[in-house]
Design a protein around this ligand. Structure first.
Ligand code: MN
Ligand code: MN
Length: 332
């Protein structure tokens, strides 16, 4: 953590919430504070989608929908912007005409931000970007446990012959040894599959599944128990496809499926991650052209807030197993 007092959002009693900077939660930019504990970075890329496009506008939309976030999280009794420096690192520019080049650009861009920040919270963009982000995580932390929220497995092999799309990041990641195959889990899976082999392949790639249909029987606390039992104290990366939420709570996404989580269930689960060893996270697949009244953007911004809160050092239990800059291997 920074030795200096963290600089928080613009004072809402001085600058009304509908004004001020266009950064996430009206936080300072990373270049204004020099170093952060958590950097929020956008990746406006959606050339890997298989159905509705539009997630390239996700980072701007989530930022615009984050203006009402306030300093104090009463459920966790933590001030996520007060006990750690959180800053907006802007967007990673990537080529909309070349998936391969874009994946390289996300890889380089994430490394560059990690020279100035302990953790990344990435706002997509489509789910393709999880692959380069996991490559960077692997280099820093070794294979990470992945808690993957999604309606979809995203462990398919190819689509129209393309190996790197938003439906394949976790198969590629497993093949490359980026994920801990004994500690990874999907949450919220639902909807029709191509066939039973999808699930068999997925299990062989190292994932457990908690389906959306399990929510009613287990309740969110039961889901949290499953996740904790699976990931333990491993370095854990959260990849959150906003389509894990029911279309009622997140209409603004590219591949909607009926029967998803409520935003309340999702936020409760994310809050519980303050006991996990979170090393990074992404929130992807927000496509604002299909959103209404910022419903999806607000859900995504609150999910980001709970993840940032869960990353915060605990007040009473002493420092959590924070990742120190010296262990990142990425300098600075
Ligand atoms: Mn999905
Ligand atoms: Mn996905």
């Amino acid at each position: 953590m920074n030795s200096a007092t963290p600089r928080g959002p613009v004072d809402a009693t001085a600058v009304p919430r509908f004004g001020g900077p266009a950064t996430f939660a009206r936080l300072p930019r990373l270049d204004e504070v020099g170093r952060a504990d958590v950097a929020v970075v956008g990746v406006p890329f959606d050339s890997g989608v298989s159905y509705r496009p539009g997630a390239r506008f996700g980072p701007g939309h989530v930022r615009a929908s984050s203006k009402l976030l306030r300093n104090y999280n009463p459920v966790l009794d933590v001030e996520p912007f007060g006990v750690q420096q959180v800053a907006d690192a802007g967007d990673i520019a990537c080529n909309p005409f070349s998936i391969d080049e874009a994946v390289e650009q996300v890889d380089r861009g994430a490394r560059a931000v990690l020279e100035h920040s302990t953790r990344l919270l990435t706002i997509g963009g489509d789910h393709t970007i999880a692959l380069p982000l996991l490559r960077v995580m692997r280099e820093v932390h070794g294979p990470v446990a992945v808690v993957h929220f999604d309606a979809h497995l995203d462990t398919w092999d190819t689509y129209f012959g393309a190996p790197v799309t938003h439906g394949t990041p976790f198969r590629r990641a497993s093949e490359e040894g980026l994920i801990d195959q004994t500690g990874s889990i999907h949450v919220g899976i639902r909807g029709p599959l191509y066939g039973p082999s999808d699930l068999a392949d997925d299990q062989a790639l190292g994932f457990q599944v908690v389906g959306s249909h399990d929510m009613d029987d287990l309740g969110w606390r039961g889901v949290v128990e499953r996740i904790r039992a699976r990931v333990g104290d491993r370095p854990t990366y959260v990849s959150l496809d906003i389509d894990v939420l029911d279309p009622a709570f997140a209409p603004g996404t590219g591949t909607p499926e009926a029967g998803g989580l409520t935003s309340r269930e999702l936020l409760n689960i994310l809050r519980s991650f303050n006991t996990l060893n979170l090393v990074g996270a992404d929130i992807v697949e927000v496509a604002p052209a299909y959103d209404h009244a910022e419903v999806t953007g607000i859900a995504a911004s609150h999910a980001a807030y709970e993840l940032i809160s869960a990353m915060a050092p605990a007040a009473e239990a002493g420092p959590r197993p924070h990742v120190s800059a010296s262990t990142t291997g990425l300098g600075g």
